[in-house]
Design a protein around this ligand. Structure first.
Ligand code: ZN
Length: 509
């Protein structure tokens, strides 16, 4: 929900900025937007027409909505009594109101105090806190001491120097449970349901935040500040999950976001998983897929060409041919050693690339920090109208947070190496076997990585212009070992001529 009153409109709290911020937030946190409400009334009370519309909508869709998002709490209400009343009213509808720029976990009673602060003094401005305090917080974080509100699963306690430190509490087991279940392939919605059964309630977006927070692995993310880049430091507190598990989970979350951002057509039906990966062998346009019903009423699935209409394959047939191609890639044991070595070399390259990316992200973060500082200076020097300041600050702050998330995602990737070598080696050693036991999603990924170009199905085999260089190299080496014929990867796979001559070359030691 975005709200602006006519007098605020002029002040730059534009609806579009609010809407952009909210939709960015939803995308980052895997939140599905059901409806957007835009208001141009003041938040004096809840009798404003658009809010009433929202309530009607909420009652109608009871059980299907769990979040009401706005940018800051003063968008929701300016009156504390009203706000509490409305919050409990929404609670009964299963909806939690949330300000994305002033997150408060309302399931913790103490936090209601914070809400009062946000509501009553909406103009409260964190930036007026003296630099000293900010530096103090930063120093504490750098030294590994958590100094924000205790994250779920932790409570504040005193260490032996009687300084505050977070320690795992009774909820820690639920946090661990969430990490483990995600790692085992459970969806976040299912995890939330399981947790609820265990009397631990958590919101979808909160769970997402929890699973990304390095605090749970005993680390602390110190945001970039002035000339100092963002950094991850060892915390003084005890972790709840080990680092390997944490990074595996980061990988999964990262892939989920990638999947969400795929164009719609990319989502494949189980019956026609290779749609979008196949080309017509007659006219070289992509094959599409559809179902048709036989007279007996049974459904059959086909891949067919919608361009020249000359090609049509039963889905089972395609599955069979691709399976044969996969099975035909067989290697000797020595080859898996070579593969390991290659993975090592390639991933090492990846590390450098990620380093560069990380440096780039840090540079951008620093730039944003600089802009924020500059805004503050301009505000302090009276060069910037306070009304213009707020939305600009919100925008940069938001961009900065996005960059930090991106940074976190990259961190998770370095630890994947061992895993790749381990699973990859057995996969490549016997692709045929691996293929049979793969899930549909796994098959799509495997096929996509082996054949970077699209595949054409011929009567009994496949044709493509390009095979994964890696695999081609390995097959080649293996063939050399067997003193086999050169240039042919598999009796079931044809490389189109142009590549066959230039790409597949005999390997000399
Ligand atoms: Zn065609």
């Amino acid at each position: 929900m975005a709200r602006v009153s006519s007098d605020e409109q002029a002040l730059g709290y534009s609806l579009r900025v609010q809407e952009d911020n909210i939709s960015d937030y939803c995308q980052r946190n895997d939140i599905l937007v059901v409806h957007v409400f835009r208001e141009d009334h003041s938040a004096k009370n809840f009798n404003r027409p658009e809010f009433q519309e929202f309530l009607k909508f909420a009652k109608k869709s009871k059980g299907n909505i769990d979040l009401l998002l706005f940018t800051t709490w003063d968008r929701f209400s300016r009156n504390i009594q009203d706000a509490y009343f409305m919050i409990s009213k929404l609670e009964k509808l299963g909806i939690v109101p949330m300000a994305i720029q002033q997150p408060i976990d309302l399931s913790i009673p103490e936090n209601k105090m914070m809400l009062a602060v946000y509501l009553v003094i909406p103009e409260i401005d964190n930036d007026r806190r003296s630099i000293k305090i900010r530096e103090g917080i930063r120093k504490a974080l750098e030294s590994g001491r958590w100094c924000h509100a205790a994250p779920r699963g932790y409570s504040y306690n005193q260490d032996h120097h009687s300084r505050s430190i977070i320690v795992p509490n009774d909820d820690a087991k639920h946090i661990r449970f969430a990490f483990e279940k995600l790692d085992q392939g459970l969806q976040q919605a299912d995890i939330i349901r399981e947790l609820k059964k265990r009397k631990f309630t958590v919101l979808r977006s909160r769970l997402s935040e929890i699973l990304r927070n390095p605090v749970y692995t005993g680390m602390i993310m110190v945001p970039a500040y002035e000339d100092k880049p963002a950094q991850l430091v060892d915390g003084l507190h005890e972790g709840i999950v080990d680092q390997t598990l944490f990074y595996r989970v980061q990988r999964i979350l990262h892939n989920n976001i990638k999947k969400m951002n795929r164009p719609k057509g990319y989502r494949k039906r189980e019956e026609l998983p290779y749609r979008g990966m196949l080309l017509c062998s007659k006219c070289h346009m992509p094959l599409t897929g559809s179902a048709s019903r036989s007279r007996s009423g049974q459904k059959y699935y086909y891949y067919h060409c919608n361009h020249c209409h000359k090609e049509r394959f039963r889905a089972e047939k395609v599955e069979e041919i691709i399976g044969k191609v996969m099975e035909s890639f067989k290697f000797r044991k020595q080859v898996s050693e070579l593969y390991k070595e290659m993975v090592r070399l390639i991933l090492k390259g990846g590390v450098t690339e990620r380093d560069a990316k990380r440096r780039n992200i840090l540079d951008q973060t620093k730039k944003l920090e600089g802009r924020l500082e500059k805004l503050q200076d301009m505000l302090a020097d009276g060069e910037l109208d306070p009304k213009d300041y707020q939305p600009m600050r919100a925008k940069y702050e938001f961009q900065k947070q996005s960059k930090l998330t991106e940074f976190d995602d990259l961190l998770g990737m370095d630890d994947q190496y061992d895993e790749i070598v381990k699973t990859g080696t057995s996969t490549i050693y016997n692709l045929g076997q691996a293929w049979i036991s793969e899930t549909i999603e796994g098959k799509i990924n495997l096929l996509g990585s082996i054949f970077p170009e699209k595949l054409e199905i011929l009567e009994e085999n496949c044709r493509t212009t390009k095979v994964n260089d890696f695999l081609r190299f390995i097959v080649q080496v293996d063939k050399e070992l067997k003193e086999n014929e050169k240039g042919q990867l598999s009796p079931y796979l044809k490389l189109s001529r142009q590549v066959e001559t230039t790409g597949v070359e005999p390997v000399t030691s």
